[in-house]
Ligand binder design. Structure first.
Ligand code: ADP
Length: 171
């Protein structure tokens, strides 16, 4: 029989420069808290190009998936300001967080998702403009990527184990 702890996952979430600069950090974090996800790490940082290359290419294979130009636009967008990095924990948290965030292109993201509710830009428009599409949040794509991303963004002593009162009702 599977152990219940086998279902508990951690996901890396980054509130991108557009979220910070639009002043909607609180509204976005609320979306994760209200489903019962637990914040186990959080900090504001302004990573350099090297970290973004490791994050999006070494781990995320973005050049293979989206091409060199889109990769470059995206790194330029991410470097326009500080971001809030956090680690969220919960039951099958990696796919759950992706569901809350919604698909990559704001134009296609359903209402009710963060990207659908707070943005509307299309890939066609952002590519014509020569920018990364501002879509508010990064969220780990799968559990293996999540582990690598958390290791890249956080030191072990920045991650906290604690009991959350809501776990009584959600776990
Ligand atoms: P996701 O962030 O949904 O996992 P990707 O890893 O494929 O998506 O892409 C990383 C980021 O690059 C996206 O979140 C988005 O901000 C930007 N991006 C992806 N594809 C495009 C595109 N065609 N044009 C502009 N920006 C893009």
């Amino acid at each position: 029989m599977a152990n219940k702890e086998d279902f508990i996952q951690r996901s890396l979430v980054v509130l991108k420069p557009d979220t910070v600069q639009r002043g909607i950090v609180g509204e976005i974090i609320q979306r994760f808290e209200r489903v019962g996800l637990k914040i186990v790490a959080m900090k504001m940082v302004m990573p350099d190009e090297k970290l973004y290359r490791m994050h999006y290419e070494d781990i995320g294979q973005m050049i293979t998936r989206r091409g060199e130009q889109v990769f470059r636009y995206n790194v330029e967008y991410m470097m326009t300001g500080p971001v809030i990095a956090m680690v969220l924990e919960g039951i099958e948290a990696v796919p759950l967080v992706r569901k809350i965030v919604g698909p990559t292109e704001p134009k296609s993201a359903e209402m009710g998702t963060i990207r659908g509710d707070f943005s509307h830009m299309s890939f066609g428009y952002s590519d014509a403009k020569g920018v990364g599409v501002p879509n508010l949040v990064h969220a780990s794509g799968n559990p293996e990527e999540a582990k690598k991303e958390i290791d890249l963004w956080f030191n072990a002593n920045e991650l906290y184990d604690y009991s959350d009162l809501r776990e009584k009702y959600t776990r």
